[in-house]
Design a protein around this ligand. Structure first.
Ligand SMILES: C[S@@+](CC[C@H](N)C(=O)[O-])C[C@H]1O[C@@H](n2cnc3c(N)ncnc32)[C@H](O)[C@@H]1O
Length: 662
């Protein structure tokens, strides 16, 4: 074994900060130093390390402690993950995948055997799973000595943790090493133990009976839900003998996963969670995880009391067979998690529960209207938990997420809503945010409070029958996709050019400023024959199409000024803007009033109850419940009289005070 390098104790914070700076070059340096006996202390002094010292690692100029028995094992694994990622990052897709699997196989093997030290003998690992096509990517390859040592140290350290935490930390090491292409194609983002536990609690509240339930996770990854499910079954069946428990879990728990390595890891950690019970029973757990494409698998329908999971997400192109099988929940573009939601409805028995972690975009997006209709009809929600932050919950993912339970065949009454703020991967704060009922029909966007104070607003919105069309408007997206017309962009006005309106022309405070300052933007466009559809000649209200919930405003609107239009005759509007356009020449609400109204805090708040993604889509704008048009006459009057922003804000807020809408 190579001589290895470093260790200085110090606060975790210090070590994390250094570890975060690990770069590929730094890691290559470490590998190159693998046989060096020279290390540098934090003090700057150089010392020699003998082979008998505990494993130590040095990173070019910095220090990183590794594998000290006295250290917090989670910190060691987190640092190890960064090193493993750095090791994999420079590789091409295929060797990177092979390395991820080989490395993590060794981590898991080390963990498995170290965890069994308390028994007189060690059970062998469950057999490695192979993909149905028996890909050579499934075969582990040899690791370089330093990488093997890192894997060994991580595995042995993981064995000091409970198997559920260990499986998560090893799982995220695997996902960090995976090639980006593989990761995004399969939607691989593992669920932290705290959220998994919360989802199981929600399933319990929704009525899952752990003494008898049959459970499936159709995209089980590294087993984030299977091991906790087994732990619950053990906890809730105290009278069962160990043998009965092992068999009950073998019979009643099932996982499907397309990635053979992750499937195998699931089986390993499930058995590790049950190791004491298995040992007492003198019996190993049967194989409960299958390598399978769940969307095509012939799993018996209506067999499960609980379908649980965090299915993959991402747009997909479907074969005609899949489109046919999931046709009832599809509308336009398909998203993997929509298909898995339909699959869950198919797999759950009447009265059973679906407990899923998914993106929030299905709550309002047009492409999900058939899915909303299906859920409303066949498996209405019992509870929804919104995860407060997008960043840092699922490693490397920036996605607004929710945890939800649905009950198959339940007649929809109301569902509860919570707001959860993760503190770390184990802990979170939970705040009740009220209740909601589904719209009729359920395919309409679901209006759901995200915070306690939104519940009253939702009640007002639910009683508002008016929409933008009642104000005299329809919404469409700006037609110009600039990179399809690069040669027609112009830096200066000229014969036949028109102003090109980018999203940056609508300022955060709701003003129109003609400008093209961002990269690749030019202020003019020269239409050619057949480009008439790109040209706008009428007044409209422009609304930015992409805003995140972290922004002060989701709705950012500005009137396209009449003067500007008449000066130029027409404009071309780029695709990152919505055009809210009068249906006929004389809308009930003038564009200036509509723009001021959309820019108020109360309308923004209403939109947030409806929106589930960073998109401000034409569909969602048209679905937004609004006060009766005549109620905006006062706002129009105030604007004519030159009222300030605060006065307009207050007048609009009054329109949403609880009262009967005319
Ligand atoms: C978001 S991850 C969640 C994994 C695990 N349930 C968890 O929560 O940690 C989604 C998983 O679905 C798997 N997957 C993607 N497509 C699949 C398919 N068609 N059939 C089965 N599994 C699939 C991916 O490999 C990945 O492990």
């Amino acid at each position: 074994m190579a001589d290895v390098i470093i260790a200085e104790s110090g606060s975790m914070r210090h070590r994390k900060a250094r570890a975060a700076k690990v770069s590929d070059i730094a890691f290559k340096t470490v590998l190159a130093q693998g046989s060096s006996a020279i290390v540098q202390r934090r003090s700057g002094k150089v010392r020699r390390v003998s082979k008998s010292e505990p494993p130590l690692w040095s990173l070019a100029g910095g220090l990183l402690l590794f594998g000290d028995q006295g250290e917090d094992p989670t910190g060691v694994l987190e640092n190890g993950k960064l090193m493993a990622r750095a090791l994999a990052a420079p590789l091409e897709e295929e060797p990177r995948l092979v390395l991820a699997r080989s490395f993590c196989t060794q981590v898991i093997a080390a963990c498995w055997f170290a965890a069994q030290r308390k028994y007189p003998d060690a059970w062998p690992l469950p057999n490695r799973f192979l993909a149905p096509h028996n890909s050579e990517l499934d075969s582990p390859s040899d690791l370089d000595p330093p990488a093997a040592l890192l894997a060994q140290t991580m595995g042995q350290t993981a064995a000091r943790l409970d198997p559920i935490t260990a499986s998560y930390l090893i799982g995220v090491t695997y996902t960090a090493m995976l090639p980006d292409e593989t990761r995004s194609r399969l939607g691989v983002y593992y669920t932290p133990p705290g959220l998994a536990r919360r989802l199981l609690d929600m399933a319990t509240v929704a009525g899952v009976d752990w003494t008898s339930c049959h459970v499936i996770d159709p995209a089980c990854g590294g087993g984030a839900f299977l091991a906790p499910v087994a732990a619950r079954i053990i906890a809730e069946n105290p009278t069962f003998t160990p043998r009965r428990l092992v068999r009950a879990i073998g019979d009643r728990v099932r996982g499907l996963e397309i990635d053979p390595f992750a499937s195998w890891a699931s089986q390993v950690f499930l058995e590790m969670t049950l190791m004491d019970v298995c040992r007492e029973a003198g019996e190993r757990l049967s194989t409960v995880v299958e390598v399978s494409n769940s969307l095509l698998a012939g799993v018996p329908q209506g067999d499960f009391d609980l379908v649980i999971g965090n299915p993959p997400y991402g747009r997909v192109t479907l074969s005609s067979g899949v489109r046919e099988r999931y046709g009832r929940s599809l509308y336009g573009h398909a998203n993997l998690y929509g298909l898995f939601s339909d699959l869950a409805v198919q797999l759950t028995r009447p009265g059973g529960v679906i407990a899923y972690v998914t993106p929030t975009s299905f709550l309002a997006g047009e492409y999900f209207k058939a899915l909303r209709g299906l859920l409303g009809r066949d498996a209405p929600p019992s509870n929804i938990d919104f995860v407060s932050v997008r960043k840092g919950v699922f490693e490397d993912a920036l996605q607004e997420t929710l945890l939800a339970t649905y009950k198959r065949g339940r007649k929809h009454g109301s569902a509860t809503v919570h707001f959860i703020s993760p503190i770390d991967y184990e802990r979170m704060e939970v705040e009740a945010a009220g209740k909601f009922v589904l719209p009729a029909p359920a395919s309409e966007p679901w209006l759901i409070p995200r915070t306690a104070d939104q519940e009253a607003l939702i009640a007002v919105l639910e009683a508002m029958p008016h929409r933008l069309r009642d104000y005299g408007y329809a919404v469409s997206t700006g037609p110009l996709v600039w990179n399809r017309h690069k040669t027609q962009l112009a830096a200066r006005p000229g014969t036949g050019t028109l102003p090109l309106i980018w999203a940056e022309s609508v300022t955060a405070d709701g003003m129109f400023v003609f400008r093209a300052e961002k990269k690749n933007h030019e202020p003019y466009f020269k239409p050619t024959n057949g480009d008439d559809w790109l040209i706008s000649r009428r007044p409209c209200v422009l609304v930015q199409r992409t805003t995140a919930k972290e922004q002060a405003r989701r709705l950012i609107a500005a009137e396209l000024p009449k003067k500007f239009l008449s000066r130029h005759g027409a404009v071309v509007i780029e695709n990152h803007l919505n055009m809210v356009r009068p249906i006929n020449g004389n809308p009930r609400i003038p564009p200036r009033v509509l723009s001021a109204f959309l820019n108020t805090a109360i309308v923004d708040k209403a939109f947030r109850c409806l929106s589930g993604s960073v998109a401000v889509s034409a569909y969602e704008l048209e679905a937004l419940p609004l006060p009766a048009p005549e109620l905006l006459d006062e706002v129009a009057e105030l604007l004519r009289a030159g009222a300030g922003r605060d006065t307009i804000e207050m007048a609009c807020a009054r329109l949403y005070a609880r009262r009967k809408q005319p």
